[in-house]
Design a protein around this ligand. Structure first.
Ligand code: KIV
Ligand code: ZN
Length: 544
């Protein structure tokens, strides 16, 4: 690899999925991995395979089904598929077994090096830490040619101890050394200094690739990553939309666009196709239920909106007055075609292709077109944002164990909100019920609960208008947690603790109650599928 290229290591499917509520199922992970491949990501961390059979299966299927894709990739190579492992033989073997089918695969192993972690989490001294690094990296290297080592909490570790550990990791065969600021503690000056110090002082430093891994607890993740690049790092660990533990990780899109927008400052290339950024962001947001804040750099709804009159005036005179990036560069297209009631299937397909949705199946296209027609009947003009909401709602949905047929609500300030609902169940039969609620959405949810009968906490609910105007369609996002959630637990490799999984759902409609009911049902379907997956895993463990 030439020294002028920054490699993008995406950990949306591992560190990103560790963020509370970002639970993804196997099919969703595969779809996201495919999109990361289109985006030009160099290394995709597909998960933490020892955590559960589901995590293992997802990483294995990504290795098999996505690890071979090269079409349209700037690098001309398929993505490297990485699996995370704690510094233990069982973890490393499991990670290797999960990713080995990919033509390019990597084991990523980690062990904490800060005194705080050694004393309180691992309860080992520095000497034992060094021994464990040597043992685990050597074991990984015997299985696989591509091994990455991360000294967890490097940001708060003694730099000279890091030099000692990293020198041993290089001797044991690591080819990439990743320096995590695990708790987002450092400032750009400190993080840049640390990377430079390690590169200058670690014996063998020039035989490996140095990597950044920053968390955003102080809002400094992107700044720290860029400082790391300027100090000599040539791999960045990032996630889409910056999702991740607590305040999240460095955003892929921010680093990619900084390199592209400031070529004179960085003088570095990447393999990222920035025109895929918006689409990837939208997909990750839909699948994880993590809404992107409107003012988020690059992918927020307002990132390219020039609202204030003075800005618009400047923009009309010369775009460069207030715009440092063109919206097209990140894949935002301005429609020239007005879509409405009279637009046919052909025009709809062409518009979808222009928007980058050129690989929908016939069934997905038919379902999306049917929804488009329904919306066009209710709204004069169907915008790109509406079409995108339809695609997200129709295509990025979990398998429909339960499906909505009809929903009817009555409400007002003089009546008790009432909802009646008809669903098709997993038995293929129609199930009907009705319920009262504190409002129309609550009534609809109570009616669904009466039919499906799965206890859950509603932890988050939001509803947004897709476009401006009173006739705007609505997008609802919801998160639920099972009440007795021991059957749907995830496992955090860093804290070594299980956690209750949260399931998100989304729905779009020109009617806010219908959008909310669709979102609730999509979250419930995810939860039921996870429950089914987990109990077949248990059955498997009992049988084997
Ligand atoms: O933040 C961190 O330290 C990590 C490591 C496992 C790389 O995510
Ligand atoms: Zn991390």
């Amino acid at each position: 690899m030439d020294n002028n290229t920054v490699l993008f290591f995406d950990t949306t499917l591992r560190d990103g999925e560790q963020s509370p509520g970002a639970t993804l199922n196997v099919e969703e992970k595969i779809e996201i991995a495919k999109q990361l491949s289109h985006l030009g990501v160099d290394i995709c961390e597909a998960g933490f395979p020892i955590a559960s059979q589901g995590d293992f299966d997802a990483a294995r299927r990504i290795a098999e089904e996505v690890g071979t894709l090269v079409e349209g990739r700037k690098s001309g190579q398929p993505m490297t598929i990485a699996g995370l492992a704690r510094a233990s033989k069982d973890d490393i073997q499991r990670a290797y077994d999960a990713v080995k089918a990919a033509p390019r695969h990597r084991i990523h192993t980690f062990l904490a090096t800060s005194d705080i972690h050694l004393k309180h989490k691992l309860k080992i001294d520095r000497e034992a830490c060094v021994d464990q690094v040597i043992e685990s990296v050597s074991f990984a290297r015997r299985l696989c040619d591509d091994v990455e080592f991360s000294p967890e909490d490097a940001g708060r570790s003694d730099p000279d101890f890091l030099v000692q550990v990293l020198a041993e990791a290089i001797k044991a065969g690591a080819n990439t050394l990743n320096i995590p600021d695990t708790v987002g503690y450092t400032t750009p000056e400190e993080y840049g200094w640390l990377i430079r110090y390690l590169i200058e002082n670690t014996p063998g430093a020039n035989t490996v690739i140095w990597s950044t891994h920053c968390h955003d607890d102080l809002g400094l993740a992107t700044a720290n990553t860029l400082a790391g690049i300027q100090a000599g790092a040539r791999q960045v660990e990032v996630t889409i939309n910056g999702i991740g533990e607590r305040a999240g990780n460095t955003s892929l899109e921010e680093v990619a666009m900084a390199l592209r927008t400031r070529p004179q400052t960085f003088k570095l290339n990447s393999h990222i196709d920035t025109t895929q950024i918006t689409r990837t962001s939208r997909m990750v947001s839909a699948y994880t239920g993590m809404i992107v804040q409107p003012n988020k750099a690059i992918v927020g709804a307002n990132a390219f909106a020039h609202e204030a009159g003075i800005h618009q005036d400047g923009m009309l005179k010369n775009q460069q007055t207030y715009e440092i990036m063109r919206p097209e560069t990140v894949g935002l297209t301005a429609s020239t075609l007005v879509m409405g009631k009279l637009s046919g299937r052909h025009a709809f397909r062409i518009r979808l292709e222009e928007m980058g949705y050129d690989n929908l199946s016939k069934a997905e296209l038919n379902a999306a077109f049917k929804r488009f027609k329904e919306w066009a009947d209710k709204k004069k003009v169907v915008t790109d944002a509406d079409i995108e909401a339809i695609i997200v709602d129709e295509v990025y949905q979990p398998p429909e164990i339960w499906q909505i047929n009809h929903i009817q609500v009555s409400c007002g300030d003089h009546s008790i909100p009432t909802a009646s609902i008809s669903l098709t169940g997993p038995d293929g039969r129609e199930h009907k019920d009705a319920a009262l609620g504190t409002g129309p959405v609550d009534a609809a949810y109570q009616a669904i609960n009466r039919i499906i009968g799965v206890k859950n906490w509603l932890t988050e609910f939001s509803i947004n208008a897709v476009t401006e105007g009173l006739d705007a369609a609505a997008e609802a996002t919801i998160r639920i947690q099972p009440v007795n959630g021991e059957r749907e637990r995830g496992f955090n490799p860093q804290t070594n603790r299980p956690f209750a999984r949260t399931f998100s759902g989304h729905g779009a409609s020109t009617d806010i109650v219908v959008a909310s009911a669709r979102a609730y049902l999509s979250a419930l379907n995810k939860m039921l599928a996870a429950r089914e997956e987990q109990s077949s895993e248990k059955r498997l463990r009992v049988e084997t």
